[in-house]
Ligand binder design. Structure first.
Ligand code: MN
Ligand code: MN
Ligand code: MN
Length: 292
């Protein structure tokens, strides 16, 4: 008997980057939301995927291996979702390890800058929280809240951790074009995340298409239905795949809940076709998209 397709949420974060819940907890959320497909897409990290896979066993969910890459295009920070990548591909692994080391160094520099203005944080303790994952500003912000230096994560960001503020250090980035090439080599599909975040989404997408971009995250928690249709048309115009993601980071609040954004069955099937073909082209092992 065929079961009803519950939708695909292709964007969420765990404690292996700046999310607040474990990959296991995310699988639980996906079950509660009656999703059919969930992708774990931690920032610049693949380390959460083994736990994600283990937790999915016996649930009937389809899991998608992914990561969200911080890249540079048109002078701004553009996020590229690397969906269906082979986590074992050595070049992507090496690049992410390089980025991990750079992120750790940046975290250390932020801690030093905050110490210089009297806000002492325990770098060793923060590193323990980060583990194998990607060190980011939210880790610093949470430590600042814990120490009572600020009352909220927003206050930490607004007064200390954004560009021009005393604790800010820029994040090292690679070019969007290079990231797209790396994703394809690792057998994955490259999708521009949350186009609403950019000054000129059309320009970013056109630049991406020239570099081999595969899709646009048409449905995202920060995009209302008007924007969904606008980005949907953009995807059709460029012959790109449609993607959908909640961008879940923590305990459910507002629109960013696991399953809040879902890709329909037709768009999912089209994406799978492309993903299977990409794996074959890349020479990486075939995709396993059977329900777990
Ligand atoms: Mn994040
Ligand atoms: Mn993002
Ligand atoms: Mn994200």
């Amino acid at each position: 008997m065929a079961t009803t397709f519950g939708g695909a949420d292709l964007h969420c974060h765990s404690t292996f980057s700046d999310g607040l819940e474990s990959p296991t907890a995310l699988i639980g959320r996906a079950m509660e939301a009656r999703l059919s497909v969930l992708a774990l897409s931690d920032h610049d990290a693949l380390h959460g995927l083994p736990e994600f896979e283990r937790a999915a066993k016996g649930t009937g969910l389809i899991t998608v291996t992914a990561t969200e890459l911080s890249t540079l295009a048109d002078g701004e920070d553009v996020h590229v979702l690397a969906l269906f990548v082979d986590p074992e591909e050595p070049e992507l692994q090496a690049k992410l390890e390089e980025i991990r080391v750079q992120r750790d160094r940046r975290g250390e520099q932020m801690v030093e800058k905050l110490a210089a203005i009297g806000m002492w944080l325990d770098l060793g303790a923060i590193r323990k929280v980060v583990g194998d994952g990607a060190f980011g500003r939210p880790h610093i912000a949470r430590a600042m809240v814990d120490k009572g230096f600020v009352r909220s994560l927003n206050e930490a960001f607004d007064n200390y951790l954004t560009k021009g503020k005393p604790g800010y250090v820029g994040k090292p980035k690679w070019l969007m074009e290079d990231a797209i090439a790396a994703v394809k080599k690792a057998g994955g599909l490259a999708v521009v995340a949350h186009p609403i975040w950019y000054r000129d989404p059309e320009k970013i997408v056109a630049q991406g298409v020239a570099a081999g971009l595969d899709g646009i995250e048409v449905i995202h928690a920060d995009q209302d239905p008007t924007k969904e249709s606008e980005f949907g048309r953009m995807a059709s115009r460029h012959g790109l795949l449609r993607s959908a993601g909640s961008d879940y980071h923590g305990p459910p609040e507002g629109r960013k809940r696991v399953g809040a954004c879902r890709l329909d069955e037709g768009s999912w099937n089209r994406m799978v076709e492309h993903a299977v073909a990409r794996r074959a082209e890349s020479g990486r092992p075939p995709l396993d998209l059977t329900p777990r």
